[in-house]
Design a protein around this ligand. Structure first.
Ligand code: FAD
Length: 389
């Protein structure tokens, strides 16, 4: 079986490895426009157990990724001059490039062919194939080629974001919200290596316009954000890597496969970065596809049918949570009208997945702090409860 994969991101590289390893006789080729060892962005975050699914069938890759992870157990919200810690919400993070290098090595180790620095403009360039995998991200050529058949839906969120790095670690996954005369700003910042952090800046549309980010180049935006978040950076620098301002596209497809073409990862559906699940979903897509291919060695059609039937209900559920979280962020400037603790409670409940009982079990100190604030309205009591701020 000849498998052609467009895109050498997490979905494409992991698919190359697993198909070559698990599907007897598969010849696998990946086409990637970037040079090897380059990518966009900085670190990506996972919830602390997000990658455990890899243990079923791929302990080796799991342990390679695990060795490169930074870990922490609390979220810190910085809002209205307060620091509120949400305890017990475990996360891990890894440099995107580091992750890609691991997956690349895995794919090469089983004999997949990786063609780098090759922009594909037309699917005919992929040559003969029994299966074509669109792992080519949000602007997927595979998806656009068959857009009506896939039944693609795409909406752009209103907020603008730019993905910077910061030359310092942070102790927690930190969300800083700032209101200044120019408007409302949010930074998602967390370390992904001992001395480096992701520093993703998000603004609402009005702020974007008022500040004039549209007219700034990458370096001017970097400097502006570095000055604005000087207190958080404490002398560290912001650094760029294709850190242009973008609007997040919420993508979904009615059909996941059209003939021998199937979509995986961001090409198939995006999950807003605020729930830290896009990369995991991409890897899970691969695992599900490979199971289906291995179970139906004689028929790509049957394999794709099984892949979609098993995977779609799971993804649909998570997509709902991601969309709710994204919508909350798109209105973060309005949420900032609330007092800090109310804002924090709204933040933690934004995806609709955590009921009060679960929240108390998971984050008892946070819930104690919130209730103390509710009953006294006294920040001093709250601060004592939390032992910080
Ligand atoms: C700002 C931001 C922050 C994020 N943070 C997180 C996070 O913390 N945690 C998390 O899990 N996820 C995060 N994500 C999401 C995550 O990056 C994606 O879900 C993940 O990269 C999806 O993997 P993929 O392989 O499907 O797509 P991609 O990683 O986008 O890979 C697609 C690849 O295809 C290549 N390609 C595309 N078109 C062509 C072509 N025509 N020819 C050749 N090559 C092509 C591209 O160069 C790219 O390498 C974030 C996303 C953004 C935008």
């Amino acid at each position: 079986m000849k498998v052609k994969i467009l895109g050498g991101g997490p979905a494409g590289l992991y698919a190359a490895y697993r198909i070559r390893r698990d599907v007897p006789g598969a010849e696998v080729t990946v086409f990637e426009q970037n040079h090897a060892h380059t990518t966009f962005g900085f670190g990506v975050v996972f919830s602390d157990r997000a990658l455990e699914f890899l243990a079923a069938g791929d302990e080796e890759t799991l342990s390679l990724i695990t060795a490169g992870l930074e870990r922490w157990s609390d979220i810190e919200l910085r809002v209205h001059g307060q620091r509120i810690r949400v305890d017990g919400v475990g996360f891990t993070a890894i440099g995107r490039l580091h992750l890609l290098d691991i997956l690349r090595e895995r794919a090469l180790s089983v004999g997949a062919t990786l063609i780098d620095s090759r922009v594909v403009h037309d699917l005919a360039e992929l040559g003969e194939a029994n299966l074509v995998i669109g792992a080519d991200g949000v602007n997927s050529l595979v998806r656009r080629t068959f857009e009506p058949q896939f039944g693609t839906q795409m909406t752009l969120l209103e907020n603008r974001f730019a993905w910077f790095g910061a030359t310092r670690p942070f102790d927690y996954l930190t969300q800083t919200f700032k209101q200044v005369p120019q408007g409302s700003f949010n930074a998602h910042h967390y370390r992904y290596a001992p001395s480096m952090s992701t520093f993703l800046v998000e603004v609402d549309a009005q702020t974007f316009e008022r500040v004039g980010f549209e007219q700034m180049n990458e370096e001017q935006s970097r400097r502006y954000c570095e000055d604005l978040f000087a207190d958080e950076l404490e002398g560290a620098r912001l650094v760029t890597n294709k850190s242009i301002w973008r609007r997040f596209p919420v993508i979904s497809n009615q059909e996941w496969a059209v003939g021998k073409h199937v979509l995986l990862g961001d090409a198939l559906r995006t999950a807003h970065f605020s729930i830290g699940s896009g990369t995991r979903l991409a890897l899970e897509d691969v695992q599900a596809l490979v199971h289906a291919l291995a179970a139906h060695p004689g028929s790509v059609d049957d394999a794709l049918g099984e892949f979609v039937a098993r995977r779609k209900p799971i993804v649909d559920k998570l997509a709902g949570a991601a969309t709710r979280s994204a919508t909350w962020y798109d209105h973060f400037a309005e949420h900032l009208n609330q007092p800090a603790w109310e804002f924090a409670m709204s933040y933690i409940g934004r995806s609709g997945r955590i009921d009060p009982e679960r929240l108390r079990a998971m984050s008892p100190r946070f819930v104690d702090g919130y209730e103390a604030w509710r009953s006294t309205g006294d920040a001093a009591v709250v601060d004592k409860t939390m032992g910080e701020s």
